[in-house]
Design a protein around this ligand. Structure first.
Ligand code: DON
Length: 303
């Protein structure tokens, strides 16, 4: 397979869609991002990396951080987290309060904002500093020591986090938060504000294509937990569009409102794509089209 040719073909086919959708408005620092950006990178399980377009341009990873927080919780023996958060697709928006109330403070899955707040709370208890732990992991897997939190995005989100604060307080009201609400919210907000490129993300996600094995050959996750994390991404990683995403792409994937999507082809590669314009569920419009085209061109899906 000529990976560079595949990426060039994908970019050519999605060119008419680059710029589609609407850039996230509810985090003011994200609302100014240029919608016409597009990048895609592919990191193979055995170490090759290829990219196209703005693949080395850093952007706000937002909910993509939820994959790495959950991986670290599972790595540190935090299986108990599954008593505090479910693993069913939500069919609801990623920041729904209504569903959390109906589920009596046990978020439906770890990739909803509510679920990620519980995961981050668990990681506070396990590590004391989830942001540091996630940054250490990302820097080690990518070799990029400059990966960091964008303080402007973090501050911007912190000023507009009323809904996440409401979710965290509701979870606490059901006794499903161990640490102070403000500590958990600050950590969650910082994690969402991490900045990475498609190049970084594809490298960082490679352990998911390697059954949990890290860049240095050691294990981040057991084979079983790597399967579970991929399965949860497939069913819950793209919110109330998880069905449509599976239908069109057929890969485990996680999206973020910064316009990034990280997808995994088990045994083969991790693919990261970025297009800041979002569809109504909060998934990158051009990113979804690019991954749809990618699995069509390569024939690589899990089905
Ligand atoms: O908490 C939030 O709402 C954002 N920081 C992250 C949401 C997000 O990326 C959902 N993704 N599609």
């Amino acid at each position: 397979m000529d990976y560079q040719e595949v990426l060039d073909t994908v970019r050519e086919k999605v060119t008419p869609l680059i710029g589609c959708g609407r850039v996230a408005q509810y985090i003011p620092a994200l609302a100014t991002v240029d919608a016409s950006r597009f990048g895609m990178a592919l990191a193979t399980a055995d170490g090759e990396v290829h990219g196209v377009g703005d693949w080395q341009h850093p952007f706000s990873i937002q909910s993509l951080s939820k994959v790495f927080s959950l991986a670290l919780v599972l790595d540190r023996g935090g299986d108990q987290v599954w008593r505090r958060v479910g693993r069913e697709p939500s069919g609801s928006p990623f920041n729904s309060l209504h569903q959390l109330e109906r589920d009596r403070g046990i978020p439906r899955n770890p990739f909803l904002n509510a679920g990620a707040l519980v995961v981050v709370d668990h990681l506070v208890s396990l590590t004391g500093d989830p942001t540091r732990a996630v940054l250490d992991l990302l820097r080690a897997e990518t070799g990029n020591v400059d990966i960091k939190v964008d303080d402007d995005v973090a501050k911007s989100e912190a000023h507009h986090r009323h809904r996440n604060a409401a979710l965290a307080h509701l979870i606490a009201s059901y006794d499903n938060l161990t640490n102070p609400v403000e500590v958990v919210l600050d950590q969650y907000t910082a994690l969402c504000a991490i900045v990475m490129s498609c190049d970084d993300l594809a490298r960082a996600g490679r352990f998911l294509a390697r059954h949990g094995r890290r860049r240095d050959g050691t294990r981040l996750l057991s084979r079983s937990n790597a399967k579970r994390l991929n399965a949860t991404m497939l069913t819950c990683g793209t919110y109330d569009s998880a069905g449509e995403f599976a239908y069109r792409v057929g890969l485990p994937a996680k999206s973020g409102v910064g316009g990034g999507i990280l997808a995994v082809v088990p045994n083969r590669c991790a693919v990261a794509v970025w297009g800041p314009g979002l569809d109504k569920s909060g998934n990158s419009c051009a990113g979804l089209a690019a991954l749809d085209t990618f699995t069509t061109v390569t024939g690589w899906s899990v089905f």
